[in-house]
Write a protein of this length. Structure first.
Length: 241
């Protein structure tokens, strides 16, 4: 019980250096369940880039690099990034490390195959959550996939004011769909193995294809970007020179 109280207090957002040291002490370098899911479900040779958004000191990002993935680690805490750089240097790992803060990511549109967004959404005030997810959608390729987790509840334990949880499964799904990210599995409620009273949502989402409205003889058809391309290719192959 004493251990739970310590974590409940030290979760309060403080100085960057203290925050970086706290997370390193709490979770170490072991990968999250999200990092393990990515390795289990994807082959590195089929993925151009993974972006670990808000990846702290890089426990998942560096672990993914060790498994053959090309990774961009994006994190607002400069001390966490320094820990990641030192770890990469020690283990001779090649990784792109970028200091950035949502809702703005300094990456090209549609440049990323997979985004890991683990333990971050609840740190973003509610009024900026949708904008942040839309920014993630922007950097994802059309076939890109988002892995997302966020706090749902702490049971009888009170969260600090610096955490903005997503309290229901419905709200978690709605935030993503509003941003154009559709669930591809049923959202799960999971338990943190380190601190069992912490419950969180786990979801996998796909970027919704861009759609175009086409009007033919007064009838409106909604076509995906892929369908429009297929129609154009057929037209040029059939009637082209």
């Amino acid at each position: 019980m004493a251990k739970e109280k310590v974590f409940a207090v030290t979760y309060v957002r403080g100085l960057e250096e203290n925050g970086a040291k706290f997370w390193l002490e709490r979770v170490g370098w072991q990968p999250t369940d999200v990092g393990q899911e990515i390795v289990r479900k994807h082959a590195p040779e089929e993925v151009d880039y993974v972006a670990d958004v808000g990846g702290a000191h890089g426990r998942d990002a560096l672990w993914l690099v060790e498994h053959g993935f090309r990774v961009v680690l994006l994190e607002p805490n400069r001390f966490s990034l320094q820990l990641a750089k030192e770890r990469a240097r020690e283990r001779k790992l090649s990784i792109n490390i970028v200091h950035s803060t949502l809702p703005y990511l300094p990456l090209r549109s549609e440049s990323i195959d997979i985004v890991e967004f683990c333990w971050c959404l609840h740190n973003i005030p509610n009024e900026y959550k949708t904008n942040s997810l839309e920014e993630i959608k922007r950097i994802l390729k059309t076939s890109g996939k988002l892995y997302c987790t966020t706090f749902g509840s702490w049971g009888r334990h009170k969260m600090p004011n610096s955490i903005y949880p997503v309290t229901t499964k419905k709200a978690f799904k709605k935030l993503h769909t509003l941003a154009g990210l559709n669930p591809i599995i049923e959202v799960e409620k999971r338990t943190d193995i380190t601190v069992p009273f912490e419950k969180y949502w786990y979801g996998e989402f796909r970027k919704e294809p861009v759609k175009r409205v086409v009007k033919v003889r007064g009838v409106r058809f909604i076509l995906s970007f892929k369908t429009v391309n297929s129609c154009l290719n057929y037209f040029f192959e059939t009637f082209g020179g």
